[in-house]
Design a protein around this ligand. Structure first.
Ligand code: PHE
Length: 330
């Protein structure tokens, strides 16, 4: 009997050691310890052996059963670990493989149009100037011939800040900053953000302008018209008609507004894109230029309006919503 148990033991241990999968382990477990296993046969036969030998054989058989159970459990743990490691190894990310490509960023349409406008005017000899978004009341209004009680202040829907400062309502204060800093001749453009307390499909509380200023001796209204016509022709091509409409600004005289025709959803309309005019004599006095020696013209154009025409966009808010589907088209 002991011999049989010993051979069951060595046979079982080698089978357990050879196990390769949890599935095989389950099968082997019922083969080794199940009702029809060789070990169970031994236990069933115990009543047939002489009484005095029964305890020894019984003890041996039970110890063997315990040992095999322990070895099977240990093997089960090993196999579970191995299966997990195999899975992780097979499914590991291969960091050496090439990627499918990263989406790359692009410029915002406002940036694209601002740069385009500036690149054309740069070529005409205009240098780029910048000014702060928080301006003094003097630079934004007074020096531009808009006194404290001037009705034009209402038109500007100003955000007033502390200490006689405002969020600049236009880029025209950069004209004043430049003229206070240097003597003519002056040819500058000033791109930047401006702020007005106003919002609908064609107005936003923050928008973008490019200011232009040209001051020298003998600058005439023809220079203004010629410059703007050449510039707008380059910007829009032949597709869009341009018209000059007489207008009023406190800081220019005479003044004009420039409209561009554009067709959207089958309808053609005029869209106002800039104001312009000859620099008012009072403005020159404010910056200590002699209005009898110098003349000049100024213009201020709206970048959003130009972008709406160039890209056929009918709602200004699209520029600020940062909807990825909109922005990736540029
Ligand atoms: N600053 C004016 C505006 O924002 C535009 C303008 C600029 C008009 C320069 C004339 C000359 O409406």
């Amino acid at each position: 009997m002991i011999d049989i148990l010993n051979s069951i033991k060595s046979d079982s241990i080698s089978k357990i050691n050879e196990l390769d999968s949890l599935h095989e382990l389950d099968q082997l477990k019922s083969f080794l310890l199940g009702k029809k296993s060789p070990l169970m046969d031994v236990l069933k036969d115990i009543p047939k052996i002489p009484l005095e030998k029964r305890p020894v054989i019984g003890k041996e058989a039970n110890q063997l059963k315990q040992e095999l159970t322990k070895r099977l459990n240990k093997k089960r743990d090993e196999l579970i670990n191995k299966e997990r490691d195999d899975f992780l190894n097979q499914n590991q990310a291969d960091v050496t493989l090439p990627t499918s490509g990263f989406p790359s960023g692009s410029y915002h349409p406002i940036t694209i149009v601002t740069r385009y406008v500036c690149s054309i005017l740069n070529r005409y000899g205009y240098a780029i100037k910048q000014g702060p978004n928080i301006e003094t009341d003097f630079n934004n209004f007074e020096a531009l011939n808009i006194g404290p009680n001037h009705p034009a202040r209402d038109m500007h829907d100003t955000f007033y800040l502390k200490n006689k400062t405002v969020l600049r309502t236009h880029t025209s204060p950069v004209q004043i900053r430049t003229m206070l800093e240097q003597e003519p001749p002056i040819k500058i453009i000033a791109p930047g953000k401006v702020y007005r307390c106003d919002a609908d499909t064609s107005h936003s509380p923050v928008f973008h302008q490019v200011e232009g200023l040209c001051v020298d001796k003998h600058i005439t209204f023809s220079d203004l018209k010629g410059t703007l016509e050449a510039f707008l022709h380059e910007l829009f091509g032949d597709e869009h008609a341009i018209r000059f409409r007489s207008s009023y600004f406190p800081f220019t005289e005479p003044s004009v507004e420039v409209d561009v025709s554009y067709t959207i959803n089958g309808k053609t309309t005029w869209l106002e894109i800039m104001g312009a005019g000859m620099v008012q004599r009072n403005v020159f006095r404010q910056v200590s230029y002699d209005p009898d020696s110098y003349t000049g013209f100024a213009f201020g154009l709206g970048i959003e309006r130009i972008a709406m025409i160039l890209y056929k966009i009918d709602n200004i808010r699209l520029f600020y919503e940062n909807d990825h589907r909109f922005l990736t088209q540029f």
